[in-house]
Design a protein. Structure first.
Length: 165
């Protein structure tokens, strides 16, 4: 037996990567669903920019709430890291102070990047057979290609060739 009082929420993360055609199909699909079904799209600001174009007004007119999430403060990120470490039984001193500062500077308030950089730094720490994550471990993580900018990767590939005489 179906309970009609329940509300269904469908959440799509990284919605800015969706083609507008897919968003149109989702809009048509949700017209057939009961009114208590909701679609939640999480994405970068460019999603709102694309939806604000005149050709997408039919989709934008169905938005009932939107919010821009600002970068987190360093204190909030530090609290998140300490909480996550405690959840897995590691001490708050697993990252030394200098390593923590490099992480906070590198992620610029982005929680997902913070989590990923912490994981990668901890892996580098384990590979080094150490218990405390230091700046060298964080820097080893940041040297991986996906942490570097596109321009930095291109500069690395185009090194000046020496001319031998």
């Amino acid at each position: 037996m179906c309970n009609r009082k329940k509300t269904l929420y469908i959440v799509i993360d990284e919605a800015h990567l969706l083609d507008v055609g897919i968003l149109r199909k989702l809009r048509l699909l949700f017209e057939r669903f009961p009114k208590k079904h909701n679609l939640v799209l999480l994405g970068h600001p460019e999603l709102m920019f694309r939806l604000s174009m005149t050709c997408n007004e039919d989709i934008k007119s169905r938005i009932s709430y939107s919010r821009q999430v600002l970068p987190l403060h360093d204190a909030d990120l530090t609290k998140f890291i300490v909480t996550e470490l405690a959840a897995v039984g590691l001490g708050a001193n697993t990252f030394d102070e200098a390593a923590l500062q490099v992480i906070l500077r590198a992620v610029q308030g982005n929680l997902r990047l913070c989590r990923n950089l912490c994981y990668t730094s901890l892996i580098a720490t384990c590979l080094d057979h150490q218990r405390i994550c230091t700046v060298s471990h964080v820097n080893a993580a940041l040297l991986q290609p996906h942490w570097r900018s596109h321009d930095a990767l291109l500069q690395q590939q185009v090194k000046p060739q020496r001319v031998s005489s």
